[in-house]
Design a binder for this molecule. Sequence first.
Ligand code: BTN
Length: 242
Amino acid sequence: MTRISVNTHSHYQIHIFDELPSTNEEAKNGEYINDDVIVAHIQSTGKGRSNNTWESEEGNLFFSIKYASKTSFEQLSSLVFAVALAVHDALNELQLNSQIKWPNDLLVNEKKIAGILIESIEQDQTRYAVIGIGINTTHHPKDIEQHTTSLKREDIEIDNDALLKQLLNALNRRIAEWEAPNGFDSIREDYLKHAYKLNEKIRARTKHAELNGIYKTIDGNGNLVLIDEHGIEQVIASADIF
Ligand code: BTN
């Protein structure tokens, strides 16, 4: 775990490491404050959603932002949509057309190119969201349940420092939009423009059941709204969709 350098972005303080277990775990350390960004070239135990591991070979981009939230835990749950949209914006600047698979996987040509893991913690009476983002720039993990791709595979050449800067600019913009009064309304509207399989037939696998139906929208809390085979509206807070 060698700290290589500390760089300053106009909004963020960036701490760069050779190797870390996980940038999310590092960001939880009390030495970091609001708007600190932790970057690692390799993660030995990168974490994905649902207790999955995130393959973290050298060459890809792994970073976490420590964000001091002024909102309640409930409101914080919609931050993930602003973050997914920011990653979409940054990929769009590279002329890469991505779609967002609910809630927060970034897909290019139906293959996963980036993942987001947001964790909340309390520290010194402050509620923080640790926003972890992994982008497949040069490598893409073996397809397991989901097909994967990388920027390189999609013929996009950009070095990780330049990509990080674009992502941080996009994140700063979308988080500010989300923080504004009723900010989730405009985030939700833009999110839906890029939502994977919106108005199409999907299968949603929740912890307890599997539902089939049409993905109609996301509601004001970010839940997925599905019209099932019996025409009944199902509001889903957490699931994997296919
Ligand atoms: C997913 O399962 O799709 C979420 C993957 C999130 C991976 C990133 S890489 C940087 C940060 N540190 C981690 O350990 N995980 C997140």
